[in-house]
Design a binder for this molecule. Structure first.
Ligand SMILES: Nc1ncnc2c1ncn2[C@@H]1O[C@H](COP(=O)(O)OP(=O)(O)O)[C@@H](O)[C@H]1O
Ligand SMILES: [Mg+2]
Length: 380
């Protein structure tokens, strides 16, 4: 079954915006790609007819989808791992490997992985339910994180005092000591089948001081050379220890006393790598294909500084999406809108992103602040 890279039938579990951007790049490599998604209006739907309606969390759906293919990959980690294991046993290539997806699906297993491999991470305890939290009250304040299913802050609660316990999650969770965070940074690492490894330049999250929401992702991150090297080396070490094939996005905390701690990771293309389409020699989407098809990995150098602005549905709007300000932002040079083609908008839904580039990071940042004011997604 040693087919040429572009003679393989490839499947992606998930047809969201990440899948859509993977497909856009797949076209340049003339890849034959199929997508599995339960949503009849998923972002991939409008750009391919190779879309299979089914649930990537369901064993039968994943198994039957994968059975007809040579290589299966993901754009979301919340997928049925048992079916992927079965497909792998039957000779299919599955990248990233099911065991890696399985570990990452569970924040508790992620923490145990960091601990057993000497990877710095915030101190933690594992609890099965709310009642067990009582044992750890001496260690307040902490972040409570559901072991499974959380994303974009939805499975995370801050518990500062005993009285906050009333709204704690009552399910298996990680209790993580609160870290004095100076910066949140991330790095994407790729490893191909042959074991070649490449990291992308570090990205920094810039938070809105009032809402503590990420306003911008900037690249390069403003951290010392030493921190940069430490983050890259840790990413390489993790990729090697996992025997990873594919991409891994790693989020770090840089503490106020200069320590780098791993927060969490995702085994796929990632929001923090969107700028790589315009700002790096090779994009994360191309790198994903290169790694899982065992092609030489691409040069990840940053060509120009970039700021990524998420385009979220405006508060108070729900209905058919309407983009206000597109004409104005297109008057600027180095501004690249990516609309995900989602028909319906609601408050805070990720509708697209805009990459803003310029000669320097500070001029890109200035421009990005203007762009963020000009563009809104409302409803008709
Ligand atoms: N131990 C911690 N100390 C301080 N801040 C934290 C800690 N854990 C999480 N956070 C904050 O909460 C955010 C979301 O947590 P994270 O574990 O990354 O969950 P999600 O899967 O939703 O991204 C982080 O980006 C960070 O701002
Ligand atoms: Mg996170």
């Amino acid at each position: 079954m040693n087919k040429l890279f572009n003679h393989k039938k490839i499947g992606i579990l998930g047809g969201g915006q990440l899948g859509r951007m993977l497909l856009q790049k797949a076209m340049d490599f003339a890849l034959e790609v199929y997508v599995l998604d339960p949503d009849k209006s998923a972002p991939c739907k409008s750009i391919t007819s190779n879309i299979v309606n089914g649930d990537f969390k369901n064993y039968e759906d994943v198994y039957h989808f994968g059975k007809k293919l040579d290589l299966i990959t993901i754009e979301i980690e919340n997928v049925n791992v048992e079916a992927l294991k079965k497909l792998q046993q039957e000779g299919k290539e599955v990248y990233p490997q099911p065991e890696i997806i399985e570990m990452i699906q569970d924040k508790g297993l992620q923490k145990i992985f960091y601990q057993t491999h000497g990877i710095p991470t915030a101190d933690f305890f594992l609890v099965e339910n709310k009642q067990q939290i009582e044992k750890y009250l001496d260690y307040l304040p902490f972040f409570q994180k559901t072991r499974k299913g959380g994303y974009d802050g939805k499975g995370v609660r801050k518990i500062v005092a005993k009285q906050h316990l009333s709204n704690a999650f009552d399910e298996p969770c990680v209790l993580e000591r609160m870290v004095d965070v100076a910066k949140e940074i991330s790095v994407i690492v790729a490893r191909n089948v042959a074991g070649e490894i490449q990291t992308f330049p570090l990205v920094e999250s810039v938070f809105n001081p009032q809402a503590h929401l990420v306003d911008f992702l900037i690249c390069p991150a403003s951290v010392s050379k030493k921190i940069q090297e430490e983050a890259e080396n840790l990413a390489r070490k993790i990729a090697e220890q996992l025997n990873l094939v594919g991409l891994l996005a790693i989020e770090y905390f840089l503490t106020k006393d200069g320590k780098l701690l791993v927060n969490e990771m995702a085994p796929r293309v990632h929001n923090s790598g969107h700028h790589t389409i315009e700002a790096c020699v090779t994009s994360q989407f191309e790198q994903h294909w290169r790694s899982i098809l065992n092609l030489p990995l691409g040069d990840t150098s940053l060509v120009r500084p970039a700021v990524m602005v998420n385009l979220l549905g405006s508060e108070g709007f729900e209905g058919e999406a309407h983009y206000v300000g597109i004409e104005q932002i297109l008057k600027y040079s180095g501004v690249y809108p990516h609309l995900y083609g989602k028909k319906k908008v609601k408050a805070y839904r990720k509708m697209g992103h805009i990459t803003v580039t310029d000669k320097t990071l500070s001029s890109a940042m200035q421009k990005a602040r203007k762009i963020k004011e000009l563009i809104k997604v409302t409803a008709l």
